[in-house]
Design a protein around this ligand. Structure first.
Ligand SMILES: [Fe+2]
Length: 297
């Protein structure tokens, strides 16, 4: 990665990566010509559900990367991946009777996530700093450990220490502001209760979410309302999965959605100096959103 942003840095964001080889590879193929520096996937990768008998899904997942995420020059596009419900046997730690905080439990219940991916490793969340210009935070939305407690304290400290970093992006699986599911669901409420106030206090502009299997972009939100100085939540995880109906479980509660498309897609983020720009491209290579919109002459 560059030492600074004198040259633009470009990375792709998405989630919910592989229901089928064909769907994952279509989106990968649409991305490759953009030559991203790296990819951030916000959970639900190979859909192993933490089950050792599903190891084949990882062989197929890695095969898709070999076939469609290597540039013509031979560069394998690096990936940072957060944990989702489909990486964990039982999906959420609080569903599991013998949940015991710690590395041994995580290794047993999410064997592929912790066994195959070098970052973030235990305890399931972490920050990657790029020079002094970019920090990507990967978080765990209650899958292999709780949202609240140690993770929230770490998040508060980590964001405070990076107040002078111009680009700070959290990526995690279950959205604070879901596009398909009911926002009163337990995990959505817990993200809003514990993390959203920290995002707002620290002046974050963009946060990446997944899990609902459509494309969404919210209005800027602060204190539960549309606010020009608020945080924009972009997601919602439809890289290589079947899409869903927007607002299916909460038609009355979509006040926060600015954009929504039931398309498989990736979000291409370009950073140049202080500028942040998003281009959202579907599996057919069509641009479905741009933010902020480029002024037309
Ligand atoms: Fe999910």
């Amino acid at each position: 990665m560059p030492a600074d942003l004198a040259r633009p840095l470009r990375f792709a964001v998405g989630g919910d990566v592989r229901h089928s080889q064909d769907m994952m590879e279509r989106t990968n193929r649409a991305l490759l010509p953009y030559d991203p520096d790296f990819i951030v996937w916000g959970g639900d990768l190979a859909y192993d559900d933490g089950r050792p008998d599903r190891v084949d899904r990882w062989y197929e997942f890695l095969d898709a990367i070999r076939r469609t995420l290597v540039t013509p020059g031979g560069r394998v596009i690096p990936v940072l991946a957060a944990i989702g419900n489909h990486e964990v046997r039982g999906a959420y730690h609080h569903n599991i009777e013998d949940y015991a905080p710690g590395d041994a439990w995580q290794r047993e219940y999410a064997p592929f996530y912790y066994g195959l991916l070098a970052f973030p490793g235990h305890p399931g969340y972490g920050v990657m700093d790029f020079g002094g210009y970019l920090s990507v935070l990967l978080l765990d939305t209650d899958h292999s450990g709780p949202i609240d407690g140690a993770q929230t304290s770490w998040l508060a400290r980590t964001l405070a220490e990076r107040r002078n970093v111009p680009h700070v992006f959290p990526s995690y699986h279950v959205p604070a502001y879901p596009s398909v599911r009911n926002p009163e669901g337990n995990t959505h409420r817990r993200v809003r209760e514990h993390w959203v106030p920290l995002f707002e206090e620290n002046g974050l502009k963009l946060v990446f979410e997944a899990h609902d299997h459509v494309y969404k972009r919210t209005f800027p939100i602060r204190e539960g309302q549309v606010h020009p100085g608020g945080v924009v939540y972009v997601g919602d995880g439809a890289w290589g999965v079947s899409t869903r109906e927007i607002g299916r479980s909460h038609r009355e509660a979509t006040w926060y959605l600015d954009q929504g498309h039931a398309d498989r897609h990736f979000i291409l983020v370009t950073l140049h100096g202080a500028q942040q720009h998003l281009l959202v491209v579907n599996e057919d290579g069509q641009i479905i959103d741009e933010y902020p919109a480029t002024p037309r002459r």
